[in-house]
Design a protein around this ligand. Structure first.
Ligand code: ATP
Ligand code: MG
Ligand code: MG
Length: 387
């Protein structure tokens, strides 16, 4: 299909599903991450690099044996990616500048404001302290969200400041991290859209989904989102607008808030496949993972790739999270095997920890209500995460 070797920074579940998609097209992928990481397990090659996507030395090492570099995670060393880009021997997609903007959530906010993309009000906190946070409380009211600008995922890096009395706890929880604060978004629903950006700058978007978070971690994804056709269409337009000005190709996850008054704000974006697009493996002929691979290699991406298999195709995805008992999630996995219309994906993570994403289950049917009926026993079986 294409003789170029793709180097992937990061070998977690997103890298693993990228490898699955690439291999089906006879494309070669090599991974930079720890030995036996999920993506390496299904890709037996001696050329993988053992190390970290945050190490410039290791990224340079990976670049020596591939033609194109991409990432499954935004927390990578972008200085070395920029250097590799400038040397011009290895292609970097999406561009290092895009990853640099996205990996700092406050730079993201500034980027969106510059391009007239609606976001929640936010303020940078240069000197974290009781006074500066109380000033935020005066301006934004309570609750407000205190966020780490960098290295955030699954809500680790967020703190809800509920009142003036909550300020010291917030400072303690996020000490030694670069901070900014965000006005509370009174959303009625969280939406997400996967946008593919092609090498020639076109944008294509998958249908708007609804994401449901529990303890800041994505738990369920409904496709389509249970809101009006108009809201879904506006979310797609906003999502495409949010990524239109970012250099480079690939897939982007755009997280949004649907507010009470019907307006939609962008929460944050990811320069890679996203948890809100896992269902596309079953609901679409071209998954988000394959779309990413096609986009970075400039392989064909007709607009039809974002349409579900049929006009009624609906799905619900449920994340399988680790619980306090390290084997509890396996019961849920077995139940998925007994559920009609369900597909189980396990990620090969050797150790289970509370809240860790161990796998996911997708149910597909001809309506959301049929999906809800199918998934109900599986959702009930997630109660182990609370015990
Ligand atoms: P991810 O795993 O998606 O990268 P993250 O750690 O970067 O997560 P955010 O996406 O910033 O965290 O926030 C996690 C969740 O917290 C959101 O999906 C939303 O439910 C809630 N949240 C974030 N910001 C706000 C806000 N300003 N107002 C209300 N709720 C918010
Ligand atoms: Mg994030
Ligand atoms: Mg998020």
């Amino acid at each position: 299909m294409d003789s170029r070797t793709i180097g992937i920074l990061g070998g977690g579940q997103l890298g693993r599903m990228m490898v699955e998609a690439a291999h089906r097209l006879n494309l070669r992928t090599i991974i930079l991450d720890a030995d036996n990481s999920p993506a390496k397990q299904i890709n037996a090659l001696s050329s993988h690099v053992t190390g970290s996507f945050s190490s410039s030395k290791d990224i340079l090492e990976l670049s020596k044996s591939c033609d194109i570099l991409t990432t499954e995670i935004e927390h990578v060393d972008t200085n070395i990616l920029e250097q590799i880009e400038k040397e011009g021997k290895v292609d970097v997609q999406p561009a290092s500048e895009t990853i640099r903007v996205i990996q700092d959530k406050y730079l993201q906010k500034e980027f969106f404001i510059r391009h007239n993309v609606a976001v929640a009000d936010s303020v940078k906190i240069d000197t974290p302290g009781v006074e500066s946070l109380e000033n935020v409380g005066k301006e934004f009211g309570y609750p407000f969200m205190l966020k780490s600008r960098t290295l955030a995922y699954d809500g680790r890096g967020n703190y809800v400041v509920k009142s003036k009395e909550g300020v010291p706890g917030a400072l303690e929880a996020l000490s030694n991290r670069p901070l900014y604060a965000e006005r509370w978004a009174e959303f009625t629903m969280e939406l997400a859209v996967l946008v593919v950006k092609t090498r020639d700058g076109r944008t294509l978007s998958y249908p708007t989904v609804e994401t449901i978070h529990e303890n800041n971690i994505c738990k369920l994804v409904y496709m389509p989102a249970r809101t009006t056709v108009d809201n879904r269409a506006r979310a797609q337009v906003l999502a495409e607008e949010a990524i239109r000005h970012l250099p480079g190709a690939g897939i982007f996850g755009v997280e949004m808030f649907l507010l009470k008054d019907g307006s939609i704000l962008v929460n944050e974006i990811a320069p890679r496949p996203h948890n809100s697009g896992h269902h596309t493996i079953e609901t679409h002929s071209t998954s988000q993972f394959e779309a990413h691979i096609r986009a970075i290699l400039d392989l064909p991406l007709p607009p039809s790739i974002t349409a579900p298999r049929t006009s009624t195709t609906s799905s619900i995805m449920l994340n399988i999270l680790g619980g306090p008992d390290p084997t509890a999630h396996l019961k849920l996995s077995k139940l998925a095997l007994e559920t009609p219309g369900a597909t189980l994906h396990l990620y090969g993570k050797s150790e289970s920890r509370p809240g860790r994403k161990m796998g996911h289950i997708t149910v597909v049917a001809d309506s959301i209500s049929d999906c809800e009926t199918l998934i109900a026993p599986l959702v009930a079986a997630t109660s182990y995460t609370q015990s």
